[in-house]
Design a protein around this ligand. Sequence first.
Ligand code: HEC
Length: 159
Amino acid sequence: MITIRYPSILDIGVCLGVLFLVSCGGQNKKKEEKPVFNTKETTTFKKTEEMVSTIPKSENVLGRRVFLLCAACHNVVKGEPHKVGPNLNGFLGNKAASKTDYIYSEALKDKDIIWSEATLRAWLDNPAGYVPGTKMAFVGVAKKEQQDALIAYLEEVTQ
Ligand code: HEC
C-alpha cells in the first residue's frame, strides 16, 4: 500500500535552504556583471571626456594635458563665457584683471601686473603667494617642465 506523507518541517527546511542557495548564487553572478565604474566615477569620467573634447587641440600634448587643471575654471576661446575664472582669451600682454565683464578680487585688480611669460611663471609657482588675497583657489603648477608646456599652450590657444 502506498502511504502519502505530508512534507515534514525538515523537508520544508531543506527546500528553503536549496532555494536560498540558488538565489544567492544568482545574485553573485549579477554582481560580477556590474560595470567597473560606479555612477560617481562614470560621471567624473564623462566630464573629463567632455572637457578634453572641448578644449582647443594642439600638437603640444603635455601643455594641453596640464591645461586640463585650469579648464574646470577657464575657457580660452574668444566669445566663450567666463567660468569660475575669467575667459583667458587674449590675456597675454594685457594688464591683469582687465576683462570688463568679469568680477575680479580687489587683490588682483590692485596688483600691477602685465601678463608675460615671467609674471605668468610667478603666478603659476604660487598664485596666492604672488597675489595675496586672490580668489583663484588653485595651488599652481610648480614643475618647470609642465610650466613650460602650459605656457607654450596658452600662447598658442589664447591668441
Ligand atoms: C578653481 C578654479 C580655478 C582654477 C583651477 C584655475 N583658475 Fe585661474 N583664476 C580663477 C579665478 C577665480 C580667477 C580670478 C582671480 C581674482 O580675481 O583674484 C583666476 C584668474 C586667472 C588669471 C588672471 C586672468 C586675468 O584676466 O588677469 C590667469 C592668468 C589664470 N587664472 C590662469 C590659470 C591657469 C593657467 C590655471 C591652470 C594652471 C588656472 N588659472 C587654474 C580660477 C581658477
